[in-house]
Write a protein of this length. Structure first.
Length: 168
């Protein structure tokens, strides 16, 4: 005789299997940073790319750790974030599976979510920040992250980034 299996804990676990990140610039100091939370082990070793005086990039979804440095090279050559992303993805045969958040040293930003990224997926960006997530329950996660970033409460960039992840 077999016992019934309670799938509620499995369903709850699936809801926690997500990835979301923020790239940001502090307008007061010019400091750049990336923060990421992910189901993927060691995402922090693959996702963020930051170059002082140039920009901050988060590459996620089916992560390509080489995209961040390419985007930063493009920014350093003078491309704006949107064009830097387009140029980097032009050589990536699997761009449809990627997500990128980009903020340059001037605070300009861009996000990219490929058409084959796992749902719910998407992002938002504004002056000094770019946020994206995938495998999320809904867009509410990204909206909560953005709302938290836009309420700096006088804390430094590192604390703001942690607050954004907590909101996610």
């Amino acid at each position: 005789m077999s016992e019934a299996v309670d799938l509620q804990p499995v369903a709850a676990l699936r809801l926690r299997l997500a990835t979301f990140s923020i790239g940001a610039r502090d307008p007061a100091t010019g400091m750049l940073g990336v923060a990421v939370s992910s189901k993927a082990l060691a995402a922090g070793a693959l996702c963020p790319s930051v170059r002082s005086g140039v920009g901050a990039v988060a590459s996620q979804a089916y992560v390509n750790p080489f995209l961040g440095p390419v985007v930063l090279d493009n920014l350093e050559k003078g491309l704006n974030p949107d064009d830097a992303v387009v140029a980097a993805l032009a050589k990536d045969h699997h761009a449809a599976y990627r997500q990128l958040n980009v903020v340059d040293a001037l605070g300009r930003s861009a996000t990219y979510t490929g058409a084959k990224t796992d749902a719910w997926c998407g992002g938002c960006h504004g002056a000094g920040y770019a946020i994206a997530g995938n495998i999320l329950v809904s867009e509410d996660t990204v909206a909560a992250m953005e709302a938290r970033f836009l309420q700096p409460d006088g804390v430094d960039l590192a604390d703001r980034l942690i607050g954004v992840l907590e909101a996610g």
